[in-house]
Design a protein around this ligand. Structure first.
Ligand SMILES: Cc1cc2nc3c(=O)[nH]c(=O)nc-3n(C[C@H](O)[C@H](O)[C@H](O)COP(=O)(O)OP(=O)(O)OC[C@H]3O[C@@H](n4cnc5c(N)ncnc54)[C@H](O)[C@@H]3O)c2cc1C
Length: 248
């Protein structure tokens, strides 16, 4: 059974006009035994006292092995959202109830596939941020690749873009393509692509022999990319999905 614990907000910053990066620690001082890619649930009550909860992927870049002392999430504000109201207004030092970790959206080191296709929109990129240390280890011997296709409407909404770009420069085998669906960057970079994430798939020519794909974020994107990957012949077992649906 998943642990229940209290989280204290120790730091935060705005990553984009409507996305808050929040850093928590457990008030009991215990670290969180989390496999990169997993998520937490935040528990709270509606105004009428009914209990509810929402899920958030943990994006902390740990060392890939030890439990986490710092628990980082990225919260995308949803208009009229109950958790949005709670988390947007939480002050440093404030606490929330949480449980976890949950989920199986994790890298499987034993995978025989030579390439990971990691696909996300919005805050759906946070699990991949948490996976970076594992990816660094996996890529180190050479002969393997990981490609991150990350969709944002515009430059302002690209989360952790500089971090992923720096990781790609430091780790041969890691390819990063931000995909801008509405507006290109003011100063476009060679790695940039136009359109939705699935529009860049033909360039990568996904194949059953080479690829295992991960899809995370907006449910419409997950469905569209899933359909596109199946058209390239990828079997369902080689496409892992995490849909950010509201759990109301
Ligand atoms: C496994 C998992 C992991 C998740 N990880 C993250 C994460 O890392 N970061 C993150 O920000 N969210 C994440 N989510 C989504 C998150 O759990 C909440 O659903 C989201 O924050 C909205 O909650 P809310 O209480 O603010 O809005 P709600 O009170 O649930 O919804 C308010 C209104 O907005 C609508 N709505 C809800 N979500 C959206 C949306 N995305 N776009 C447009 N309308 C919407 C609802 O239908 C409702 O009408 C994840 C979801 C799952 C299932």
């Amino acid at each position: 059974m998943a642990d229940r614990f209290t989280l204290r907000l120790i730091d935060s910053r705005m990553l984009a006009p409507q996305v808050r990066h929040m850093v928590f620690e457990r008030t009991d001082g215990e670290p969180l035994p989390l496999v990169p890619g997993q998520f937490l649930q935040i528990h709270f009550h509606y105004d009428d006292g009914t209990p509810t909860k929402r899920s958030y992927s943990v994006g902390t870049v740990g060392d890939g092995r030890s439990p986490l002392g710092r628990i980082e999430i990225a919260v995308s504000y949803v208009e009229g959202g109950a958790a949005t109201e709670l988390l947007a207004n939480l002050q440093h030092g404030g606490t929330v109830e949480a449980s976890g970790p949950y989920g199986r959206f994790c890298l499987h080191g034993g995978d025989a596939h030579p390439r990971y296709l990691l696909i996300a929109t919005g805050t759906g990129v946070t699990p991949y941020r948490a996976m970076l240390p594992q990816l660094a280890e996996w890529l180190a011997p050479g002969g393997r690749e990981a490609v991150l296709l990350y969709g944002a409407r515009n430059e302002a909404e690209l989360l952790y873009g500089e971090e992923f770009e720096a990781f790609a420069k430091a780790h041969p085998g890691f390819v990063f393509h931000p995909c801008f669906s509405r507006q290109p960057r003011a100063v476009p970079r060679p790695i940039d692509r136009a359109g939705h994430v699935q529009d860049t798939l033909p360039e990568l020519a996904p194949s059953t022999e080479r690829d295992i794909a991960y899809l995370c974020g907006n449910p419409n994107m997950v469905d569209a990319a899933f359909a596109a990957l199946k058209d390239f012949g990828l079997p369902v077992a080689q496409i892992r999905r995490e849909k950010y649906v509201s759990s109301r």
